[in-house]
Design a protein around this ligand. Structure first.
Ligand code: GUN
Length: 290
């Protein structure tokens, strides 16, 4: 019987701790604030942005939503980012992805000031993560590590298989695990014998965006499984439901698994809030007199 790792409860606790940190910063005259930029009207992005804004309010973080039309030109978005970079009242900047296809997403993410890049996507923060020298860390990998910390004490020598090599999850989570001295294998769509590779793992992190890709026979007894997938699927009765990358009902022999929904998703948002507070603290420390 596997343990379900309760991401909702852990996220609630992190939001509560973040609210305390916000109150402490406010006592020092700093009001943490997050600018959220949404370009176009992608339905899933609208939902995610609203969730982020609701959780900001719970932690006492001021959120400012900037909406741009999907057909606006790139210069308009760049100039908004420049304004937010200069605005001393803004501590975190998030541009919701995916951007409409006409935008050069990587050029846009590069324009965000690294110290306000609460997504941890700027090359400076990516470089810091890969050299283990601090910086802001992407929210989903940060949340995954907190979920894993609730069931793993010592990562040294553990075999971890990451399925998916995205810049948002696969690559950064591999870096965090390497820092903890796990042995990490990053796999992807072209990987051969994936079930065999996964079966050797103590921990499997499924971040492929492929519903029910990971089957029970891929997982060795006693392994830990983190399911990052969130695919909206239509049920037989016409209703929709969110499905993860793992066939969770086949994972009774695992030691622990994260549910979908209610696992990684809530932790991602809670980590965005804690990153915003970290950015506000760092920026505040820089601007205060010695
Ligand atoms: N789209 C999906 N995940 C993310 C994320 O973590 N940050 C941003 N900015 N967009 C996303």
């Amino acid at each position: 019987m596997s343990v379900l790792i309760d991401g909702r409860a852990m996220a609630r606790e992190l939001v509560e701790r973040t609210a305390i940190a916000v109150a402490e910063l406010e006592a020092d005259g700093i009001s943490p604030s997050l600018a959220v930029v949404l370009v176009g009207n992608d339905a899933a992005s609208e939902v995610y942005v609203q969730r982020k804004i609701v959780q900001c309010a719970k932690a006492g973080i001021r959120s400012i939503e900037h909406r741009l039309a999907g057909d606006c030109d790139e210069a308009t978005l760049m100039s908004l980012i420049e304004d937010l970079n200069r605005d001393a009242g803004v501590h975190g900047i998030l541009v919701q992805l995916p951007l409409p296809a006409a935008f050069d997403a990587s050029a846009i993410l590069d324009r965000i000031a690294p110290e306000k890049d609460v997504d941890g996507f700027h090359p400076v923060n990516v470089g810091r993560l890969s050299t283990g020298t601090g910086g802001l860390v992407p929210c989903t990998p940060l949340g995954i590590m907190m979920l894993l910390d609730s069931v793993i004490e010592d990562y040294r020598g553990l075999n971890v298989v990451v399925i998916g090599k995205s810049n948002i999850v696969g690559k950064p989570v591999a870096m965090l695990l390497l820092e903890r001295e796990a042995t990490v294998t990053v796999t992807h769509i072209e990987t051969r014998n994936l079930p065999d590779i996964a079966r050797a793992a103590d921990v499997v992190i499924a971040a492929a965006g492929a519903p029910h890709l990971v089957r029970g026979y891929w997982i060795k007894p006693g392994a830990i499984v983190i399911d990052v997938g969130i695919t909206r699927m239509r049920d037989h009765d016409g209703s929709t439901k969110i499905v993860g990358d793992c066939a969770t009902h086949e994972l009774e022999h695992a030691k622990a698994v994260t549910p979908v929904p209610g696992g990684v998703g809530p932790m991602t948002i809670a980590c965005l809030l804690s990153n915003t507070v970290a950015a506000a603290r760092n920026l505040g420390a820089r601007s205060s007199p010695p």
